[in-house]
Design a protein around this ligand. Structure first.
Ligand SMILES: Cc1ncc(COP(=O)(O)O)c(C=O)c1O
Length: 411
């Protein structure tokens, strides 16, 4: 019998419970029954310390504690406070100074910028494009606002970025759509940990430039949610100059999130930043995105904007925040290396990994393997094409222990 729901389905597939939060709940239930030592919860998309506590940068908390009531109680301007709009660009671009027009619009986390990009740069009914390993929320957001998503195969047989598959999909979509939103999550992609190389970027941009004839419009959304936990910030921003001064019908939009960078996950802060050689396109970007913001969440949390502005106003404070983050970034990188090394040692195939919060294992029947692992107190997330392990939420020791256990469950 068809499921009856009082609400309107509107083409969406709405699960009874969010998959990841559901598995995490099971992990917590097992912890309550058997104790913390009996459980490895590798489902959480946040950085936890080796004691399983959420990492919160104390230098950021200090600023937060000193806010005045007006700093958090007053409405913020729809597009963000002027100070925030300036400093969030500095945060996103780092030392790189773009030689093009850039405008920032505040959004509630990176999520808001994904939503605003899809709603303003694709038509209702369009398909948006991302890779076959992808953050599930991309397709939920598309479905929520009357679009759908489609994918290209991220890797070729040699484990390199699959430019042939990317080109095929871009050509196919642009032959039937006037506009196309492409989402590329790099560096430290969720769920694989892959980062596009500079050569990958050249190929991607050549492909898009070639495919986007003058009557077509392409928004290239670069989701850099994990950029400040990938490693050397300058190195991981080297691709950015390639985005300036593309043809005016290709609009790069950087989706920047304060959730991970400033450990402000719950404060819902981020920004979408456009890069274009045309001033009018940048001005229009602000106008249309602010309009969408107003019509969905209105304005964003002022407190988080003030916190980040205060950090950027004071170079000593900024250094303190960056140093504190670096410590935790190193911790995360060590966990990633441990997982990668151990997987190679025991012969567990993993998806090409570079850095970040997650690593993935390709496999058939991920749901069954996840259930088997749960019996052993190991909780990972089943995806369409394999398993996602959050190395951000487990210790280095657990990272070393997991590959063998996963391999055993797969056999
Ligand atoms: C790939 C990716 N993009 C964007 C986000 C946005 O997160 P937030 O809205 O908390 O900034 C996340 C969070 O999990 C993510 O994994």
């Amino acid at each position: 019998m068809k499921e009856f729901i009082m609400a309107q389905q509107n083409g969406r597939s709405i699960p009874l419970e969010d998959k990841i939060f559901g598995i995490s709940r099971l992990a917590n239930e097992m912890i309550a029954k058997k104790g913390r030592e009996a459980v490895t919860n590798a489902t959480i998309g946040a950085l936890l310390d080796d004691q399983g506590k959420l990492v919160v940068l104390s230098s950021v908390v200090e600023v937060l504690r000193n806010l005045t009531p007006e700093d958090y109680a007053e409405y913020a301007p729809i597009g963000g406070t002027p100070e925030f709009k300036k400093c969030i660009k500095e945060a996103a671009f780092g030392k790189y100074k773009p030689n093009c027009f850039t405008e920032a619009v505040a959004t509630p986390g990176g999520t808001g910028s994904i939503r605003n990009t899809i709603s303003n740069y694709s038509k209702i009914g369009d398909q948006i494009l991302t890779s076959d390993w992808f953050w599930a929320n991309y397709s939920s957001i598309a479905g929520e606002i009357g679009r759908t998503s489609t994918t290209y195969s991220l890797f070729d047989k040699e484990g390199h970025f699959n430019i042939t598959a990317f080109k095929q999909k871009v050509d196919e979509l642009l032959s039937k759509q006037e506009s196309l939103v492409i989402i590329i999550n790099t560096p430290a992609h969720n769920p694989t940990g892959y980062s596009l190389t500079l050569e990958d970027w050249d190929k991607v941009l050549d492909t898009v430039e070639f495919a986007a004839k003058e009557d077509k419009k392409v928004a290239l959304l670069v989701d850099v949610a994990y950029i400040d936990f990938a490693g050397d910030g300058d190195k991981y921003r080297e691709f950015m100059p390639k985005l300036e001064n593309l043809p005016s019908n290709i609009l790069p939009i950087i989706s920047y999130s304060a959730s991970k960078t400033f450990t402000l996950y719950g404060m819902r802060c981020g920004a979408m930043i456009c890069m274009t050689p045309v001033k009018e396109i940048a001005e229009e970007f602000v106008r249309v995105c602010q309009f969408s913001s107003r019509a969905s969440w209105s304005n964003c949390t002022r407190a988080s904007m003030v916190v980040i502005s205060k950090i950027y106003e004071d170079s000593n404070l900024l250094t303190k925040v960056n140093e504190e983050r670096e410590f935790y970034c190193d911790l995360l990188l060590k966990r990633g290396k441990a997982f990668e090394e151990e997987a190679a040692k025991v012969g567990l195939e993993i998806v090409p990994f570079d850095a970040g919060f997650f690593a993935s294992i390709p496999c058939d029947d991920p749901d069954t393997i996840c259930k088997k692992l749960q019996e052993k107190g190991i909780f990972v997330v089943p995806l369409a094409k394999g398993l996602r392990v959050s190395i951000a939420s487990i210790t280095e020791e657990e990272c070393r222990m997991l590959p063998e256990k996963i391999l055993a469950a797969m056999k």
